[in-house]
Design a protein around this ligand. Sequence first.
Ligand code: ZN
Ligand code: ZN
Length: 385
Amino acid sequence: VSLDPEVDRFDYGARIERAAAATTAAGYDALVITHLPNLLYLSGLESSSAAGLLTSEGRLYLITDFRYSAAVTGRAAQVGARLVPVVAESGAWAPAAAERVAADGVRALAVEGDSVTLAASRRLEAACHERGWTGELATTGGIVEMLRRVKDPAELVVLRDAAARLSDVARAVIRDGCVAVGRSEHEVAADVDHRMRWAGFSRPAFETMVASGPNSAYPHARPTSRRLEAGDPVVLDFGGVFRRYCVDLTRTFCLGVASAALDRMFEAVFTAHAAACAAVRPGASGHRVDAAARDVLTAAGYGEAFGHATGHGLGLEVHEAPRLGKRRPGAEPEPELEAGVVCTIEPGAYVPGVGGIRLEDDVAVTPAGHELLTDVPPGWSADSR
Ligand code: ZN
Ligand code: ZN
């Protein structure tokens, strides 16, 4: 009997097999997985306290504590022999993992460096050494994340559904005049969050952002008690988690008549957004998609005003691989986009004293190019609603 029918649509055995092959290809006999979204991806277990030992033979020892013992046993019953449940003392996964490392004769062992704490990796190393292991713990990253980048058909079904629901929320917000003169940013945010719940989302994917007037010039502003005024630009950025998958959308509204400076900025961001969407196809790099938006904004004089990346991957996390941004100095080139990648396209421009504009949609890379998952009018002036 499954405890959670929503997660049983995925082939976890195949995922574990692919992750094991990627671990072997990276030169390790086993990988200790501490990033919880990676464990959710490989097992369907959503837990606040778990670790996994993934061996190159394609077995995932999923270590959790008493609170999740029924859940982990249920997952193993669903997934089959590749998933081995282990119940340990709360917070004591290291000795349990070390036990398996010794029993399975693992030599090259790695941890996920971006998520494991230094203290936990030292405890793991000590526990392994106590059991006669003579290796040195390696640090790695991105092994499971690189698999999660490309969504399988079952994931695309969920993401498409989620994006349609988020679009419904956005259209209702526009239709019902939720973003209106006299309301506070807090009130608008609470309204949007409430509507997301009713649309089937289990929670917001991040704190809903409502940034009005001067606040709109800050790309990551948090809602305040400021009341919306005529002539304000209002950036509304919200996302929801639906069946554990995240979607993310931004529209910028103008309350009444916008200044000429804001109108010009909106036009540039709108054009940059269209250029970036058009650049999304298999074989394109994230840098190339970013450049498509950045070139438009730079030519319009907003190069300095666009200080963030053009987009990010969407999935079990709201920010995941790939990153569609400028190449970071010294960083490895990002792998090319391929069919099944789902990401946001969200160029923006922010000028203190004038205001900010951002437009964000969710797209899936398809064999022929891309599919727009979100479907909402661009917003802005009253005429375009
Ligand atoms: Zn967003
Ligand atoms: Zn985003």
